[in-house]
Ligand binder design. Structure first.
Ligand SMILES: [Zn+2]
Length: 64
């Protein structure tokens, strides 16, 4: 699953599929500079960067 990592807060958001921008499910990154955002798989962000899952993006998604 694709995610958008906010490198400042180290929080991983769910990437809105089909978006050409860093658009996320919760919309929290819409005002964040693109310099602080990285497109990365959710699994990798958590294992490599110990990123925290955004509660709003993942509250209804099963653990994986
Ligand atoms: Zn989010």
């Amino acid at each position: 699953m694709d995610g958008v990592l906010n490198e400042t807060t180290n929080e991983i958001h769910k990437y809105e599929a089909g978006s050409s921008d860093f658009r996320t499910h919760c919309g929290a990154t819409s005002h964040v500079s693109h310099d602080e955002l990285r497109l990365i798989s959710v699994e990798r962000a958590i294992s490599d960067s110990s990123a925290t899952k955004c509660a709003r993006c993942f509250e209804n998604v099963p653990e994986y």
